[in-house]
Design a protein around this ligand. Sequence first.
Ligand SMILES: Cc1ncc(COP(=O)(O)O)c(C=O)c1O
Length: 361
Amino acid sequence: MTAADLPLREELRGIEPYGAPQLDVAVRLNVNENPYPPPAEVVAGAATAVATTVNGLNRYPDRDARELRGALATYLAQESGVPLSTDQIWAANGSNEVMLQLLQAFGGPGRTALSFAPSYSMYPEYARDTATAWQTAPRTEDFRIDRDVALSAVADHHPSVILLASPNNPTGQAVDLAHVVDLHDASDAVVVVDEAYAEFRREGTPSALTLLERCPRLVVTRTMSKAFAFAGARVGYAAASPAIVDALQVVRLPYHLSAVTQAVARVALAHAEQLLARVRDLRVERDGLVSWLREQGVTVAPSDANFVLFGVFPDRHAVWQGLLDRGVLIRETGPAGYLRVSVGTPSEMAAFRAALTEVWR
Ligand SMILES: Cc1ncc(COP(=O)(O)O)c(C=O)c1O
């Protein structure tokens, strides 16, 4: 039997599964991971929490993950200065799952999701998988959102969901919050600001969490995959009005977040301060990388994230391959001619700079 014999949805025929190559090379800077493993205290605390949890694995986990959501509310309030209650927080297996649930609840047949290209390549997949129509409006040449373009896209497409990554992936810059307010007020949509990389934003850049009270249809998604060095645990979350959280609970699978996941996430959150100190180091490393790349004469998009988009190369694949041949894996993604590199440890960044210097020669 081949796939052609299966009653597969037409729009899924011939589609390859999403994902960057997982290659076994010395320096992996291609999926915006945190290069530092969790600190020893988190490892020890998580090991104890897992042992305790495994003892009770005959029972289903807390379906509502209330303890974890409470800890996330406390963390977000500390990080952003915005007071939040447990009822305003939702958690799932990565922010990918949170956003899929948002499309399940607020998208669907006959509805449209809108975003601004280039942006995170999973967004059209959430739309496709939930049978939501997908529309994009273009960003400016320097990857910002233009107010007039944004408002006319809303008028043209009447989206029920608007997806804005801030900082944007793959371009790196945080969105101007005035645009979030404009899009919210000009539409009836649920406006999702995907802040997967928010902890890496530059000094003085506000989080969209500050708009939650002002904008009742706003959802801010975050993840523990990046700042918390917990990509393998799969924990993402959202802050929104309790009415939106209630809607997400309708579409979630029962017991979607395992007891082990909930337990280890709580341990990591208890060490937030220590983990965020590493984020500060990565921001310094990022700013150094941006300056170095600019000194080499390439175009570099400003970055509020733990990655940097740079170019423009007539043959970006050759540059990507040249780096890979020297044991450095980055990502061939984004607008034509650009490449994206994640911020690693100082020694990984030294290896990247040395390899790129050789490739250029
Ligand atoms: C912009 C953006 N949003 C969301 C995610 C998903 O993160 P996770 O599902 O690990 O929380 C990523 C992952 O790289 C991302 O780049």
